[in-house]
Ligand binder design. Sequence first.
Ligand code: DGY
Length: 436
Amino acid sequence: MTAAAELHGPTRARAAEILARNDLGHYTVPTHGLYPFQWNWDSCLSALGLAHLDEDRAWTEIETLFAHQWDDGMVPHIVFHRPDEGYFPGPDVWQTGRPVPTSGITQPPVAGFAVRRLLERTRDAEAARRRAAALLPAIDRWHEWFHACRDPEGTGLVAIIHPWESGRDNSADWDAALSRVPTEGVAPFERRDTRHADAAHRPTEAQYLRYIWLVQHFRALGWDNRRLHDASPFRVVDPGFNAILLRATADLAWVADALGAPEIARRSRDRLAAGLDAMERLWSDEAGQYLCHDRVAGTLVPSRSVGGLLPAFAPISGMRADALARRIEELAGRCRYLVPSHDPAAEGFDGKRYWRGPVWLIVNYMLADGLAAKGKARLARRIVDDSLALIDAGGFAEYYDPMTGEPCGGKEFTWTAAMVLEFLDGRDGIPSGDEA
Ligand code: DGY
């Protein structure tokens, strides 16, 4: 145990307790009530926390997710392992026809990154190599699916076709694109999220109507991923999502090298090189960061959200990393806790409403990791310190108001607890939360 972990003993114990409480044996729920199933990127990031307690259990978390990979290669964003009336939209709305019901869209592909990290840190090299070797082709197939189905013109970058795919559901980044999604013909529904969390912290009714319209639209197309991209009125190239895919692609190449799979390594490096080149088209000098590209309108989206800072997590150039660090320093002058999911000075900022302003620990983790790897230890350290200060003041919430630190959304959150264990551990260049 590092000095940091000892110093924060009670915090560490509480994080472990939350992971145990949300552990249903072969998968974790993000939190009971609000999210009663398995979520894709929640699970992969939570596995990093589980590994501190039980490495075998950490691998199982990712394996369970991949057991529900579709035949076309997609890994769905939700696996509905067992019925629960407390969530909407459930399997009856998605109707994807899977043996164990799943949603029909995907989520940020952090699996390649998580598998590398588990493999690199393992205390049981033989078991880890065996389990990573079984996941390697499945992750490669998922990446292949992204390029085939979400980048049909071969631009090097993939689009999301539903705001839920980004993981940043109600970001201001989607406002213009989402406003073009119709609402006619949406079957009447009752939201359940607002039974579990404050409605003022959640997406609006108008956004939900459009989220559901898109689900119904894709359902009517039989969830045929060869058709969904072109048929969606919502197609946005998110720099944050692509940065995660690029980082996972680089990490998958590393895993492939380590396990002697040269074809996967080569394919991954080719995709990485093409993606990094294409990412330059999302850079805006005026914004001082990356911006989304609306593939339907053919324009960059002038919304300065954390999605445009997340490329710090990918192997971008030192010059771009310097600029992103400057931008985060600028945000530090506008809020008490880094890193807000939207610029507090921008229109549309709301410190409590989900992805329109709140701080998320998983985002802080990816940013701190990327910044530390690019020599920005001081800024990474500030992000880690702010993250742990939020935990000390408000517990293990889903997200936090960057101005006041108020805990928002769901409580006792799995991936928040996982990130705390990672911060306290302080390996891989992420400064740990000890000596101030
Ligand atoms: C929700 O239900 O709020 C989720 O973010 C969708 O995945």
